[in-house]
Design a protein around this ligand. Structure first.
Ligand code: DGJ
Length: 692
């Protein structure tokens, strides 16, 4: 192998760069695993096409603007209008290990240093990329755009699958054909956002859910972001992701540096499910569980949709007792418990217990819950303040704001300037006091608006620093209270990303609990994150957000694979629904250890059927979901791509009825398919397949 060729080989993918004299390494390949001994030819010089630079400048690991690169640049920066062009002049590659490289690069003219760290995790087969940019000059460097690096994609990458939505309708999948125009998604909402998830899948021609080459990338970042996919004249595409920067947001003083949020990326020859499996492994490795490892995800009851702001201590105590009887293991007191919080117009910021609702504080309720054998959890929204609050009256300057401009409220609230140390201390102390004085095992950490006018006390944009400050606060709190688990929530799923999951343990996916709506959202969520952190609740009927009414078995069947919760006033249920609920909670407890941590496959069949399979060690749980009525006279069999063609499977139907089926051979299940029984509209059937 030529010494100028640098490779990283993973389980199923390889990356290749070519070192260039006085320039950044050139991208040569990212895709299906190459043999270790494959000889990689140097690029060689081709005759320059007409109207081109005499020496072609190809896609490098870190393309910069102004010195021969015409496409999207990983960096846009200047010094007061000067030094607007950058170009790497030297690169030294340090191999930290078989699977990790450090590209030490410099631009001696612009006086910049770049350190790009690339690690291909041997276990998950997921690439992690971070870049540190350092200003080596005496004058400040204004950074306008900074991608982690450029990723190279083949010229014939055909489709991009990305995710969009809104409050109440998160993680909708959209697929677009890639052409010659640039494809860009940008998020300027200050949090991860419901609308522009910072990640996507890129599918090669003919790639699908289970087969074919698929690339995936996601940014571990809970703030503004961008991603761009661009066709390049040299016959490939580039993909850049990074934190989106507001004008003037980042300025590096002499010696100053900035490190990008981590980018996770992967390639799988096994279709979209292959990419998802890699991401699940990577996220599982990043989750920071209180005791080091995940314990069985407790069934929880959340009070929000059952009670909203109407907290009556006696009623909640009775609810807790009934919940415990059904098998609930964690009781989460949602919004409405703190001083003056009668509705959403007031009180955020005043984190002391409301004496009218709880004359003796929260301790009696919390102790009642723990005496029933459940954990006690509490909702908080620490980064927020209502203008109608003691906190705002005392510190109006603590809210993010732009001098001379009116406040723009959303849900009647403003965002606190987390970059202000006094604000950090105030929030830490308020939460610390609650955690020290009450037996709280769990916080639901909410954030119910997007950022706008986010200037710090010096009038500088604070979007980027706000996210770093949040991470710092979460880390501080977790150090002080390591046993506490945290759920991330931002009006449902506005802040679900690989960055926040380094500090939290559960995602609230959406405020829409309706199972039909959830099917699509869970599918999107599972593209990036594993089921054990996917908060999924059984709610009341009709659904508060959609008005639809569905049977308890459908509501439970859709929620079962996630981290299960209940979110309604169970005291109003008739005995039949209570019996079913108890049954489903028992089912969840029976299967959670299998599902959480398992290999996940998702697929669509024909005629309103979709499915998921959760497997480990030759045992699979197959969920078949019928959303709508059957329109075909006979249902075609469902091919199961996940089974082993060389084995035979014992098949048991678990839901709706427990029934033994005749065993079937893997080859048959894979090629011809699994016979689907008649199902009603809005029904989930669950089967167990076990290798014999
Ligand atoms: C938005 C969340 O998504 C809900 O679950 C609930 O916690 C409310 N906020 C409370 O205000």
């Amino acid at each position: 192998m030529d010494k100028n060729i640098i490779t990283l080989h993973g389980q199923a993918q390889s990356l290749v760069w070519e070192l260039q004299e006085g320039a950044a390494p050139l991208w040569r390949y990212w895709g299906k695993r190459l043999p270790d001994d494959a000889d990689i030819p140097l690029r060689g010089e081709a005759p320059a096409p007409s109207f081109s630079l005499d020496k072609n400048i190809g896609l490098s690991l870190f393309p910069c603007f102004g010195h021969g690169w015409y496409n999207q640049s990983a960096l846009l920066a200047h010094r007061g209008g000067q030094d607007f062009a950058q170009s790497i002049t030297s690169c030294h590659v340090e191999r930290e290990s078989e699977s990790a490289l450090c590209f030490h690069m410099e631009d001696a003219v612009a006086k910049l240093k770049f350190l790009v760290r690339v690690r291909l995790c041997p276990q998950s087969d997921v690439l992690s990329v971070t870049t540190t940019l350092t200003n080596l000059a005496e004058t400040p460097l204004v950074v306008e755009r900074l991608a982690n690096a450029a990723l190279m994609l083949p010229h014939d990458a055909a489709h991009v699958r990305s995710f969009t939505g809104k409050h109440g309708a998160e993680f909708n999948t959209q697929e677009e054909a890639l052409g010659r125009s640039i494809w860009v998604r940008e998020n300027r909402r200050g949090i991860t956002s419901h609308a522009d998830f910072p990640g996507a899948y890129v599918l090669m021609p003919n790639a699908g859910e289970h087969d074919g080459g698929v690339y995936g990338a996601q940014l571990a970042w809970s703030g503004n972001s961008f991603q761009a996919l661009e066709w390049l004249d040299e016959g490939c595409r580039q993909w850049q992701l990074g934190a989106w920067l507001a004008p003037g947001e980042v300025s590096l003083d002499a010696g100053g540096s900035i490190t990008t949020p981590e980018l996770l990326a992967t390639y799988s020859p096994h279709g979209c499910n292959g990419v998802a499996r890699n991401f699940h492994a990577a996220i599982r490795a990043r989750l920071n569980w209180p005791s080091g490892t995940m314990r069985p995800r407790p069934v929880l009851l959340n009070t929000w949709e059952g009670f909203y702001f109407k907290h009556e201590e006696a009623k909640l105590k009775s609810l807790a007792a009934q919940a415990a009887k059904l098998g609930v293991e964690r009781f989460v007191l949602d919004d409405g418990w703190f001083k003056g919080r009668v509705d959403d117009t007031r009180a955020l910021g005043d984190w002391v217990v409301d004496a009218e609702k709880y004359p003796h504080g929260l301790a009696p309720l919390a102790q009642h819950v723990t005496q029933l054998g459940m954990e006690f959890g509490l909702w908080v929204e620490p980064e927020m303040v209502n203008p109608e609050s003691d906190l705002f009256r005392a510190h109006p300057d603590w809210a993010l704001q732009i001098a001379g401009r009116p406040h723009l409220t959303a849900r009647n609230q403003l965002v606190l300037d987390m970059t202000n140390a006094a604000v950090q201390d105030y929030i830490f102390n308020a939460l610390d006091a609650l955690l020290r004085t009450l037996p709280i095992a769990y916080l639901k950490w909410d954030h119910n608006r997007n950022l706008t006018s986010a200037a710090d006390a010096q009038g500088r944009p604070a979007y980027y620093k706000q996210v770093q400050a949040l991470y710092a606060l979460l880390a501080r709190l977790r150090t002080a209270h390591p046993h506490v688990e945290i759920e991330t929530c931002a009006g449902g799923g506005g802040r679900n990303d690989a960055g926040i999951f380094q500090h939290t343990h559960r995602a609230w996916v959406s405020d829409t609990i309706d199972p039909r709506a959830r099917i699509e959202m869970h599918k999107g969520f599972l593209h990036f994150f594993p089921p054990e952190i996917m908060g999924a609740h059984i709610g009341s009927v009709p659904s508060h957000s959609t008005g639809r009414t569905q049977h308890i078995d459908f509501r439970a069947g859709v929620a079962l694979a996630g981290h299960l919760g209940l979110e309604y006033d169970i005291s109003t249920l008739d005995s039949q629904e209570k019996t079913r609920l108890k049954h489903w909670i028992a089912r969840y407890k029976q299967w959670r250890d299998h599902i959480h941590g398992s290999e996940v496959w998702q697929g669509a069949h024909t005629d309103a059927i979709s499915w998921q399979a959760y497997g480990r060690e030759g045992a699979w749980l197959l969920f078949i979901v019928r959303q709508d009525m059957q329109r075909l006279r006979h249902m075609p069999d469902l091919r199961l791509p996940f089974v082993d063609e060389a084995r035979t499977y014992a098949i048991t139907q678990l839901e709706p009825e427990e029934t033994e089926h005749a065993p079937l051979h893997g080859a048959w299940l894979k090629q011809q398919g699994f016979p689907i029984a008649q199902m009603q509209a809005e029904q989930v059937s669950i089967y167990r397949l076990q290798v014999i």
